[in-house]
Design a protein. Structure first.
Lengths: 755, 140
């Protein structure tokens, strides 16, 4: 214990996970400004004779490459005159006005400069941004994307984990490698795994552009999102690209039937050292105008690698939401960040995702780590394999569709077995590697690569080199799957190849579900206020809410129905007639509830009621008292059980106890709720506590003032743990209550012998 | 804008017979059995310029003219070989050459050999921009 002159709570706070997070000071001079920097230009545009003269305070002749590209390919000069002339506050209100259609706002955005767009969204609160986002996002139904990687680049595990991610409901899966040379092996493994189960999932292998394009061309990837853009010229050049080279690349991807989205996010320029002292939001507005200008269908946006740095600044998380809003306002599909973990604090993580769950997003996470944190080759995500069920619970809490669904243990195990078998068959058929039964088994049951005995990164490199050198394509995999009896998987894969030929998933916000393309063209977001937009179907809601750990009444009652507690002899309280009025001053009456040892047989702490009666009785006797047991039928409330018992007791001291274990010591002349001692947190009460309780009751009977028994509470969320059961069980007590019934004396029969 | 083109989307569902691969197979011909029998080759698993132009029309009719232009540029690139694609991308990256000459030459070649008119214009626009901003200085 520290002896320093300090409130020790500060030390405790420092030791919490949040204590590891660091927060940045606002400092525009050094690039740390969020929504507005003194170096940001004021929104402005000059048009003379139908020609642009200046934009955001910069003359045409001084334009950098980003200004040039935006002016030429983004800015609609006809729309600009009107949009730039409107008050930013008025446009901000239109964004949250359900009566202003999305299309009208998108038309306005085409006439707005980056500074104007930033100025408008900066006027919205976090809540307003989330609301505007729900209206402006492109596709009707929300979706989600998973990372599928592992620390060994083990293809067997990749296949199993890809199949698992597909089963969880992810619409896209993205892989990357620990070792760049393993790209082909990773891509093939995920392609096979993603074909197991429902299929139809878009897949990408994140690697250097030329390689990624080749992998895509071979049919081992259906989308790409590594087309990074930046908001300053020098950052762009330093990233070894220009707006033209990136625009060319997106066209090149489309020319191969590969869906592409760009990547940009706040603080990228700051991390690269070329921020021009501009605010994060202004630079991001430039990035997003560029992306619309390039004609790419969508963006991965919302901090991304810069998200932790952005979140370190005051208002940073609000900024991440604001830039996502800009993206969808500009008509782009948005994979809305929520990938890089912004904090060590689980509270900050949960809070970060919540507005997105409520608003929905084309892809809520641009990489939810479906694998364990240490297996994520992109670095830990906001949510990871460890936290999948937390996410599922959040969907259920808010009744929102975050794109995922619970899966049963049997279902997952079946898919993992199938995926590893399918991959082993393909590797064998194509002469790439032999996978032993032991390797597959180690993967099927493994939560992460620490537990597998399968391929190493070096062995994966050999497989990868062969795939590339032999010029294998997805068609070879289709044939191999079919030949080895994996016809369903082969069909799923050929389905994806047909999709590529059709180009349907090149349209904005396209995903594939249940064999059908869903994009902003055929399933656009049509939110216009309550009762419109996306709502879960009853079937979907049934899926979403069916998480593990739900207790039905039938299940709870089944555990109680036998009348016995496992491993304990049968116990009952045998009635001997109407309760008599005691007169022995040593007598303490234990008043039990109507269902006690009748319908209910153990406390919420799990103690058999026989043990509870035995220890209470023993305690009373140790304290020099005499115990008598009475069943009370007119109430199940602890206070009244206790008071009724007290009034029947010769000493005037009674113990009231419910079957769930809640107990009270009462005295005959007290008001109902002014008891002597109360055990309210039944789940925490031990038999020793009941014993001490009995002893104290006897002490009160002797006129002493014993030290009350304190059941230590350590802040457990007892309601969360027990109240489902308690509510169901207590209903059994109240069902048996008969308001006119008198108490009866009972004797305890422990396994046939009475006490 | 021509709203009606939206109704042909999704092509794979609305009009699968009219989506053709490079060798003339329709989507409905691309079955598993056809793959097993070797009737579907690697060149069939690629989108054609015609289909890309159809998708561009769909995008334009959905009010997405920038995406439409991108898909039209893609249509021009669909038959451009992989190596040419990659070397053109390389030329567009900053500091790869000391003047705009090579980029302008590539624009001309793509226009003449592949009819890539929009792409050629796009490359020339880049060359002008790089000249204006002094981006033709070698980075390595």
């Amino acid at each position: 214990m520290s002896s320093s002159n300090r409130w020790r709570r500060f030390t405790e706070w420092e030791e919490r996970p949040l204590g590891l997070d660091r927060f940045a000071v606002e400092d525009a001079e050094n690039g740390f400004s969020v929504f507005k920097s003194p170096y940001d230009p004021e929104p402005a545009i000059e048009i003379e004779d139908g020609k642009l003269v200046s934009m955001d305070g910069r003359k045409l002749a001084d334009f950098d490459i980003i200004d040039m590209f935006i002016a030429r390919h983004h800015l609609d000069l006809d729309a600009a005159e009107r949009a730039m002339g409107m008050e930013s506050a008025a446009i901000a209100r239109m964004l949250v006005d359900i009566n202003v259609p999305r299309a009208e706002l998108e038309s306005l955005a085409r006439g707005m400069t980056p500074a104007k767009l930033a100025d408008v969204v900066s006027r919205l609160s976090a809540l307003e941004i989330a609301f505007a986002y729900s209206k402006m996002r492109q596709r009707h139904a929300p979706g989600n994307q998973a990372h599928v990687t592992n620390a060994k680049d083990d293809p067997v595990q990749l296949a199993a984990d890809a199949a698992t991610a597909v089963a969880l409901g992810f619409d896209e899966i993205e892989t990357t490698m620990r070792v760049a040379g393993n790209a082909w092996s990773n891509a093939l493994a995920c392609t096979v795994g993603a074909a197991v189960g429902r299929g139809g999932v878009l897949f990408q292998c994140s690697i250097e552009e030329a390689e990624e394009l080749q992998i895509g061309f071979a049919g081992f990837a259906s989308y790409a999102e590594t087309v990074s853009v930046y908001g300053t010229e020098r950052a762009f050049i330093d990233g070894d690209d220009t707006p033209w080279s990136k625009a060319f690349l997106t066209a090149a991807y489309a020319s191969r039937g590969i869906k592409a989205r760009c990547t940009s996010g706040a603080a990228a320029e700051l991390l690269m050292g070329f921020h021009e002292k501009r605010s994060l939001l202004y630079l991001e507005a430039r990035c997003l105008c560029l992306q619309r200008a390039m004609g790419v269908q969508g963006t991965q946006n919302g901090g991304i690698d810069g998200a932790p740095l952005t979140a370190s600044m005051a208002g940073g998380v609000r900024e991440l939401m604001a830039e996502n809003l800009l993206a969808v306002w500009l008509g782009l599909e948005c994979a809305s960040g929520n990938d890089t973990r912004i904090s060590e604090s689980e509270i900050r993580v949960g809070a970060k995702i919540t507005p997105y769950l409520m608003a929905g997003s084309d892809l809520i996470c641009s990489g939810f780590g479906s694998i364990k944190k240490y297996d994520n080759s992109f670095n830990a995500s906001l949510f990871n394999g460890e936290e999948v069920e937390d996410y599922l619970a959040l969907q259920r809490d808010f009744e929102v569709d975050g794109g995922l669904r619970p899966v049963s243990e049997d279902q997952i195990l079946g898919l993992r077995v199938r995926a590893t078998e399918a991959l082993a068959a393909v590797l064998q058929e194509l002469g790439l590697a032999d996978v032993t039964q032991a390797m597959r088994s180690s993967v099927v049951f493994a939560s992460g690569s620490d537990e597998t005995a399968s391929f190493s990164a070096g062995q994966a490199s050999e497989i990868s080199a062969k795939i590339k050198d032999h010029g294998l394509t997805a068609l070879d995999v289709v044939k191999a799957l079919a030949k080895q009896g994996f016809r369903e998987e082969a069909e799923n894969l050929i389905f994806m190849l047909r999709q590529r030929v059709s180009g349907d998933y090149l349209q904005t916000s396209a995903i594939i579900r249940d064999g059908r393309v869903m994009s902003a063209v055929n399933t656009p977001n049509d939110y216009q206020g309550p009762g419109t937009g996306y709502r879960m179907t009853p079937e979907r809601w049934q899926q979403v809410r069916n998480i593990r750990g739900t207790l039905s009444r039938a299940a709870v009652l089944a555990a109680e129905s036998t009348g016995r507690v496992d491993g304990h002899p049968p116990f009952r309280l045998q009635s001997t007639g109407p309760a008599r009025q005691g007169n022995d001053p040593r007598e303490v009456v234990i008043g039990v509830s109507p269902a006690f040892a009748e319908r209910l047989h153990q406390t919420t702490a799990g103690h058999p009621l026989s043990d509870v009666i035995r220890t209470l009785t023993a305690g009373i006797e140790e304290g020099g008292g005499i115990a008598r047991i009475v069943r009370i039928l007119h109430t199940a409330d602890t206070s009244f059980l206790g008071l009724t018992a007290a009034k029947l007791a010769g000493s005037g001291i009674g113990i009231g106890i419910q079957a769930k274990g809640t107990a009270v010591i009462h005295q005959a002349d007290r008001l109902p709720h002014l008891n002597l001692e109360l055990f309210s947190n039944a789940p925490l009460i031990s038999l020793d506590h009941y014993r001490a309780f009995g002893r104290n009751a006897a002490g009160y009977a002797r006129g002493e003032r014993p030290e009350p028994v304190i059941v230590p509470v350590r802040g457990e969320a007892l309601g969360a743990r027990f109240h489902v059961r308690v509510a169901l069980l207590y209903a059994l007590e109240t069902e048996l209550v008969d308001p006119g019934a008198k108490p009866v004396d009972v004797v305890a029969e422990f396994g046939g012998a009475s006490a | 804008m021509n709203e009606t083109r939206k109704t042909i989307y999704p092509l794979s569902e609305r009009d699968p017979d009219n989506v053709r691969t490079a060798t003339g197979l329709s989507l409905t011909d691309m079955t598993l059995d056809a793959v097993i029998k070797g009737k579907v080759t690697a060149s069939d698993v690629a989108i054609t310029p015609e289909t890309l132009r159809l998708q561009a029309e769909v995008a334009r009719s959905a009010g997405r003219d920038r995406l439409a232009l991108n898909l039209e540029r893609a249509a021009e690139l669909a038959r451009v070989p992989q190596e040419v694609l990659m070397s053109t991308y390389e030329l567009l990256r900053p500091g790869r050459t000391e003047s705009s000459h090579a980029l302008r030459e590539r624009a001309r070649a793509l226009r003449e050999q592949f009819g890539a008119i929009q792409i050629a214009g796009f490359l020339e626009e880049a060359a002008d921009a790089y000249d204006a901003r002094g981006l033709f200085s070698r980075r390595y």
